[in-house]
Design a protein around this ligand. Sequence first.
Ligand code: ADE
Length: 238
Amino acid sequence: MRVDIVTLFPEMCEIVLKTSIVGRAEAKGLIETHCHQIRDYTKNRQKQTDDCPYGGGQGKVLFAQPIYDCLRHIQAETEPVKPHVVFLTPGGKTYDEAAARRLAEYPCLTLVCGHYEGIDERVIEETADEEISIGDYVLTGGELAALVVADSVLRLQPGVLKSPECYEDESYWDGLLEYPQYVHPAVWEGREVPEVLRSGNHGKIAEWKKEQQIARTKERRPDLYERWLKNHPEEDMK
Ligand code: ADE
């Protein structure tokens, strides 16, 4: 999979994408990432990327033209594949693991970061396949949001994590939160690792993990628990 990020701060994105699991996956050739500087596509002498909006209001709005030209440049590079284009905006649809799994299927994904007050709506209308928000709060720019989307999508690519169990086991995969984890020592600050995990009884361990997942989800995320129960009606009988 190839992910392109269109931004005024490519260095900020590059450092994250070159680090840790995603960075190693790229070094191995399992995935490809590119960060593009919007300013490089301006056509005015001052390389200005934004200005005050029509109708007034706080802050500045990014021009349509440099973003459009940058997207055209990316599309020329990925030909014959047309990238799936996502704008990161606080007004987009809320992101979740189901969206990550859906986006992970595209061979080329382009993430466009807004900054300041926003982006000229016309370039969104012209080029966006969708708009995504990572949550109900406002960031200073779309970079952190684009990195959240890139990370969650790239970890699902074959070979990036050791095995599919690595992501199937984790929170949200089956709609339940994760069970608590422990590593040695068996007693730390007077706190003991639950006996069952040291029993070597794999059946009992699996049962305990599932119970913990269900109990945690019910307590911390009743919304997720209700959804999960609908898909597992047999669990309601227990
Ligand atoms: N840009 C600013 N805030 C954002 C958010 N919550 N999600 C996506 N992009 C954003």
